[in-house]
Each structure stands twice: as C-alpha cells, then as structure tokens.
Design a protein around this ligand. Structure first.
Ligand code: DLL
Length: 431
C-alpha cells in the first residue's frame, strides 16, 4: 500500500530533477530571507548562482546545533512570524531550547511524510492508534496525531505516562497500533503482566517506535513479549519531528527524497563517505519554508542505502541509527547534553567540581543518577542540610533538563579523578 503511489515510486532520475530544482530554490530563498544564511553565505563568498546542480551541494556550509542556539529564537527563520502557525522545541545545552517554527505548508509536508511512512508499515483507516509519545513542545505526540487523522485512522491522544490507563484504554477500545518510545513499550508490557494481563490478549498488532536509540534485540524482545510487529521511526525536531519509518520489509527507513536531500559524511573530515559506509547523517530540507536547513548535521550515525527497496519505493533508505557523533544522551526520550548538567552543577556554590552521570534502566525505564561531591569550601554535614541541598540540585536539574534526575551528594574527594579525558557518563543501559 502507498500513500502517494506516484511520488513514492518515481525513478531516481525524476527524483534528482525535483531535488535539483528545489535545492536551487532553497538556496535562493535562504540567501534572500534568512538572516542567518545571508550572513553566512556572504562571509564565505557563496552566491546562489554557484549552486547549479546537486553536485554543487558540497560547496555549501554545514548547519549545526550551535547555529540554532546562537540564533535563538527567530534568527534562523526565513518567513515573517505572521506566517508561522506552530512552534515546537527540544531542550538545549544551557537551558535555552532549540526552537522550530512551521508554516502551514511545513506542517503539510511533515504530515505527508509521516503518512507515507505509516501506510508503508500497513496502517490504514480501520486502525485505532494509541499515541503515547508526549504531546506538547515535543514533536512526537502532535506529529503522529496529525498523520493518524490524515490517514483516517482513529487517533487516541493519550500522551506518555499513566501506564495503567494506557493498558485499560488499549484493551477497552481495541487499539490496533501504538506509537511510543521502545523503552516505554517494554515497560508497558511488563506493567500489563503485573496487572495480571498480557498485551498479547489485546487487539494490538503493530507499534511504531523511535525517538531514542534501540536495537534489533530490543525489537525482538518487544515482538516476543507483545505479539506485535515493531517498526522503527526516525526524525528530529529541527527537521520537523517524526518523519521516516521502516516499511514492511524492515530493511531501513525511507527518506522522502522529494522533501529531504541526504548525505552521509565522515564526522571528522566532513567528506561524504561511500554507500554502505557508516557516517553522520546530514540532511538538507528541500521544502521547509519557516526554518530551512542546509546540510544539517543530525549527529546521528547511520548507513545509506540507495538500492530500490523490495516494497517498490525508490527513495533512499537509512539503516537503523547506530549511535551519535557527539555526546548527546537520550533519557526517557529527552535529549540531554552532559554539558547542561555541568552548567547547572557549577552554578551551585555548595557543590564541588567533580561529578558523575549514571544511566541505568529500572523496569525498562531510564533512570539518571547524578553523583556530585560536596564542595570542600563549605561545612555542611547535618543530614537535613544535605537533604535540602540534594533537593535543590534535583530541582535545578529538573527545570533545565525537563526530566528528573536522582541526585546523590557525596563527600569531597570520593569520586573518580581522570588523568586524560574525563569520562563522566556511565551508561549501563542495554538497548
Ligand atoms: O525525537 C522526534 C521523534 C519523535 C522521532 C517521535 C521519532 C518518534 P528530538 O527530540 O529532536 O526529535 O530528538 C532527535 O533523537 O537526533 C536521534 O539522536 C534520536 N532519535 C530519534 N529517533 C530515533 C530512532 C525526536 N528511531 C534525536 N533511533 C535524533 C535512534 C533516534 N535514535
């Protein structure tokens, strides 16, 4: 089944012709209307007429997360605010979020992309889709919501959390498709067992899982425990939100080439790697109006596959995300940079210079513990004072990160010291 049968099966040549036309247009628009790109192109001596074909893409500079931070909130936008119909945001390194704006057409392209993906997994208008990604500034909930409705499926906008209610609704309403993080699915499966039931006894037949790294082993576990088919979905807020999914072949995620131009590069040299080689995914948005991105460094490591898929789609695929090229952690679906944690800790005079971040899974849910030494400059030893300090650090971290962390205050000099590069993150999670 196809959502846009003609477009999804265009020949590579036809797709390239669309991409070339859109790329030229994008560069012209960015140069004219985006203050950020105008300045950057001028600094580098690039003029839109330098871009005549897809081969010229490499002449263009990369765009990085830091660019979004430096131009917060509206400096990346290429349309006036009156044309923006929605904002989404994800957490940033120093408390400032990464803001994304959408025009009406940007939302349409996002929805179209995800509809193609969902239909490629077999979602149809008979399905009831439980959307257990967070609704709000996070793109997961609303992204799936709009696509489910567009397909004519029934959206159940339950958002994340309140697991007992999730399971009751799933059973009572005969939910057939669920969309959530893979770790939350595992948690739900276990919770159902505690409630004396099993998700195998529901009508659930499929799950679309993403927003965090996961593995083939986790897919197998989810499928074994729940009896459903598990598909991968990828996207980032900067590119819109959830966008690309596997099809029923489960052999890579289709990237919709009429809207997104992809490259895979060596993160160190910036050079494109050969097909089949591992590298960082770089995406140029060909249709986005509000916040066009040229050669956006996703930070995600993958492998590109250009061969036509057995499902009949001609658009390129990326293989399951294999890791990150930077230190970004994903904790309960939220992007967390260790530097954000350091920033919070170092603003609190009662804590010392040394800390450790420990990530683990309890009942399939991520738990983050931050161990930090007490400063040797202060004399706090009463348990009540330590408790107050613990609460204060926890609260500050919660405000900045948007998720909670367990804080443990330890005595000065007790945490590990490093001679070379500090390794402050211990990730015990098995994905
Ligand atoms: O996580 C968008 C999304 C929502 C995708 C729902 C899928 C489902 P951000 O919060 O901006 O956006 O986080 C994007 O999450 O750069 C990857 O590192 C990671 N990520 C997303 N999907 C996958 C996946 C949403 N399927 C960051 N596998 C990305 C591995 C993923 N990592």
């Amino acid at each position: 089944m196809f959502w846009s049968p003609t477009i999804e099966r265009l020949t590579v040549n036809e797709l390239e012709r669309i991409q070339e036309k859109k790329l030229k247009n994008l560069v012209r628009n960015a140069y004219e209307y985006s203050p950020f790109y105008k300045k950057k192109f001028r600094e580098l001596g690039i003029h839109p007429t330098d871009i005549q074909s897809l081969r010229d893409l490499v002449k263009l500079p990369f765009t990085k997360k830091q660019d979004l931070r430096d131009n917060y909130p509206f400096g990346m936008f290429a349309v006036p605010l009156s044309q923006i119909v929605r904002f989404h945001a994800s957490s940033g390194t120093t408390g400032k979020p990464t803001l994304v704006g959408y025009t009406e057409d940007d939302i349409k392209v996002w929805v179209e992309s995800l509809c193609r993906g969902l239909v490629s997994c077999g979602v149809n208008n008979e399905d009831i889709m439980q959307i257990a990604y967070g609704y709000g500034l996070f793109t997961g909930g609303l992204g799936f919501h709009y696509a489910a409705e567009k397909i004519g499926a029934t959206a159940l906008p339950v958002s994340a959390g309140n697991t007992e209610r999730q399971i009751n609704l799933m059973r009572d309403l005969g939910v057939t498709v669920i969309a959530c993080t893979p770790s939350y699915m595992l948690y739900m499966a276990e919770f159902a067992e505690k409630m004396g039931t099993s998700l195998k006894e529901t009508k659930l037949r499929m799950g679309i899982f993403g927003a965090e790294p996961w593995s083939e082993e986790t897919r197998k576990r989810i499928e074994d425990k729940t009896g459903i088919i598990a598909y991968d979905v990828y996207g980032t807020s900067e590119l819109s939100g959830p966008l690309f999914t596997e099809c029923i072949e489960k052999n890579g995620l289709h990237i919709w080439a009429d809207h997104f131009l992809i490259e895979v590069i060596d993160p160190k040299t910036g050079e494109q790697v050969g097909e089949g080689e591992k590298g960082e995914l770089v995406v140029t948005t060909l249709s986005k109006e509000a916040m066009p991105l040229i050669r956006w460094r996703t930070g995600d490591i993958t492998i590109l596959e250009n061969e036509k898929c057995n499902c009949g789609r001609t658009h390129p695929r990326i293989m399951r995300i294999l890791g990150r090229s930077d230190d970004m952690l994903i904790v309960r679906g939220v992007n967390v940079f260790p530097s954000q944690i350091e920033h919070v800790l170092m603003q609190i005079p009662e804590v010392g210079d040394h800390y450790m971040i420990i990530l683990d899974r309890e009942e399939n849910l991520d738990v983050m513990t931050v161990q930090v030494e007490l400063s040797d400059k202060v004399s706090i030893d009463k348990p009540a004072d330590i408790l107050n300090l613990t609460k204060k650090v926890e609260e500050r971290l919660r405000v900045v990160l948007g998720i909670s962390a367990k804080v443990e205050i330890v005595n000065p000099g007790t945490l590990q010291r490093f001679e070379g590069k500090a390794k402050r993150v211990i990730d015990k999670r098995k994905i």
